[in-house]
Design a protein around this ligand. Sequence first.
Ligand SMILES: O=C/C=C/C(C(=O)O)=C(/O)C(=O)O
Ligand SMILES: [Fe+2]
Length: 284
Amino acid sequence: MIALYDVCYVRLGTRDLDTAARFATEVLGLEVAERGRQSLHLRSDARAHTLFYGEGDPAAQAVGFEVRRQEELDAAGTVLEALGHAVRRGTGAECAERRVRDFLAFRDPSGNAIELAWRPEQGPGHYRGSRDAGITAFSHVGLCSTDPARDEHFWTEVCNARVSDRIGNAPLLRIGQVHHAIALFPSPRPGIQHVNHQVESGDDVMRSFYLLRERGIPVVFGPGRHPSSSARFLYFEGPDGMVFEYSCGVRLIADELLYRERQFPFANSGFCQWGAAPRIREFQ
Ligand SMILES: O=C/C=C/C(C(=O)O)=C(/O)C(=O)O
Ligand SMILES: [Fe+2]
């Protein structure tokens, strides 16, 4: 069993780093940790970085998950290789770029690039957003899945994820107490489906809604409330078509023994209990 401790970073490729940098700071509200000629490290919480943009192919994406002990990387490599996944150990330079001490890279059964990271760095100091979006943390990713039942099996049987709820066949998976760190949405191709940042309050969600509308940023879902996690949310489109989500009030599941996952319909009512209709391919 590969014990994932937390989702720790997202890596995105972009052909236009300047546009991505403007969006990440002026719209999303992240803090620039470091700007290189072809790279951009961004902070959203106490960690050294949680979002990385690299100049290049927008299809070059990866999600990092923290593991607690270095021995777990070796054990994970053995398990994954036995299951037929090609596994690669990060080089020193790659570890430095990710602000981690060690990592393994592989692809999930859909083909999503996943990294297992050991000792991701914190700080320095507090995260200071470039605009006051109210962000409290990078919190979860939606992943495209070419076969959600197969991928649910991978994340829950090979890794330690648990199903919190399902929308149709799309599972929302937790690895800690937060309702979900990973959500798997049916799609003909792999890829990161959305990137979530938690914000402090519903007021932050609504303030951003008006700000995004004013700036002509496409709002693709919400404001609304998810019946699954009960989070209030707003989804909008960033560079290279990537969807970002702000949400607040996500449910915490403290008692593993008492919690039972629930089934929601794969219909607008399963995605939003206020009646918002998604303009997101994988939610339709
Ligand atoms: O509408 C689908 C998404 C549900 C939730 C939630 O319950 O919070 C997400 O944020 C998600 O799956 O990403
Ligand atoms: Fe989400």
